[in-house]
Design a protein around this ligand. Structure first.
Ligand code: GLU
Length: 289
C-alpha cells in the first residue's frame, strides 16, 4: 500500500493570495490526517505568463506558512516529453485532430455561420466549430505537410464512443450546486478541448492528468472553480489508462466584493499581508481550513 498522496499545484503567474493559502493548508491538513504525502507541483507550462520570480515567491510564501513538501518539486516545463508522448498516443488512436482555425476565423464562424443557440462550455466560451473535425484526411494531411499553424483538439464524441460507460468520479468536497459523492462526468459540455497549442505544446488538462498519474497522486484537493474541468480529466484518464484519484473541490475564498480573488489583486496577496505584519497563524485563522 502506498501512502495517500496529495499535491498543491500552483501556477507561477502571479503572487499567492489567501485562496492559495487555504488550498495549500487544506491539502497539508488532509494529508496529515491520513498519514499521507504532500507534493508540490509547479504548473509553469505557459512560458509567457510564468516566471522564475513568481516561483521563488511561491516557495517563500509556502515555507513562511510553515508548510513542508517532498523534494524534488516537479516543474511542468521540464517534462514536455511526457505530455508529448501522451498526446502522441491519443493522435495515434485517432482521437485528436489538428485544428487550423485562427481566433479570427472562429469569431467569424460564430457570427456568420453558427446555428442559433450554439452551445458554450462551462466557462462560457462557445464550443469550437465542427469544421476541422469534419475535414477529410487528405486535406488534413496536405495542410499539415504545408506546415500550417494548428493546435491539437480532442474529438470528444469519438473519445466517448470508445468507452464502455460514462466516466464518473468520487467527489468528497462539493461542486457549485452542492454535488457530492459519485459524479457522472460530462466532458462533452466542454466540446473538443485543446490538448496542445503551437506556442504551448501541452494544455493544462493534459499535463494535470499525466502528472497526477506519474506522481502517484491519490487525492486531488483543489478549488471549486475546477470542478467542471474534472469531467475532461476523467475522460483523459480513461483514454490513457491512468489511475483515478478521488477529488475534493473546496470553497473559494472570495474578496469583499464577492468576486474570486485574483493574482493581480495585491490586497489579499500573502506577501502584502506578511509585510503588513500578519503572521502565519493569522493566515490560518483567516482561511480557517
Ligand atoms: N495550476 C492550477 C491553478 O493554479 C491548479 C491545478 C489543479 O489543482 O488541478 O489554478
Amino acid at each position: 500500500m502506498t501512502a495517500p498522496t496529495f499535491r498543491f499545484a500552483p501556477s507561477p503567474n502571479g503572487e499567492l493570495h489567501l485562496g492559495h493559502a487555504y488550498s495549500a493548508l487544506l491539502n497539508a491538513r488532509m494529508a496529515g490526517e491520513v498519514g499521507g504525502r504532500l507534493l508540490l507541483r509547479i504548473e509553469d507550462i505557459d512560458g509567457e505568463r510564468c516566471t522564475p520570480d513568481f516561483e521563488r515567491s511561491i516557495l517563500a510564501d509556502l515555507a513562511w506558512l510553515g508548510l513542508e513538501w517532498e523534494r524534488p518539486v516537479r516543474r511542468q516545463s521540464e517534462h514536455f516529453d511526457d505530455y508529448a508522448e501522451a498526446l502522441r498516443r491519443l493522435i495515434d488512436a485517432g482521437l485528436v485532430y489538428p485544428a487550423f482555425m485562427s481566433r479570427g476565423e472562429v469569431r467569424a464562424w460564430l457570427t456568420d455561420d453558427a446555428p442559433a443557440g450554439w452551445p458554450r462550455d462551462p466557462d462560457g466560451v462557445p464550443l469550437y466549430p465542427p469544421r476541422d473535425r469534419l475535414m477529410s484526411m487528405g486535406e488534413r494531411e496536405a495542410r499539415l505537410s504545408r506546415g500550417e499553424s494548428h493546435s491539437w483538439r480532442l474529438d470528444v464524441e469519438a473519445a466517448l464512443a470508445r468507452l464502455a460507460r460514462r466516466p464518473f468520479w468520487t467527489e468528497t468536497g462539493t461542486g457549485p450546486g452542492g454535488e457530492t459523492g459519485p459524479i457522472a462526468a460530462d466532458p462533452a459540455a466542454w466540446g473538443d478541448v485543446v490538448l496542445a497549442r503551437k506556442d504551448v505544446p501541452a494544455s493544462y488538462h493534459l499535463c494535470v492528468v499525466v502528472d497526477d498519474a506519474l506522481q502517484g497522486v491519490t487525492n486531488v484537493v483543489r478549488g471549486r472553480d475546477l470542478f467542471a474541468a474534472t469531467a475532461v480529466h476523467r475522460l483523459l484518464q480513461e483514454l490513457l489508462g491512468l489511475p483515478v484519484p478521488s477529488y475534493h473541490h473546496h470553497d473559494l475564498i472570495l474578496g469583499e466584493d464577492g468576486r474570486k480573488l485574483s493574482k493581480s489583486r495585491g490586497d489579499t496577496g500573502l506577501r502584502a499581508l506578511r509585510e503588513k505584519g500578519y503572521t502565519p497563524a493569522d493566515i490560518v485563522r483567516m482561511t480557517g481550513p
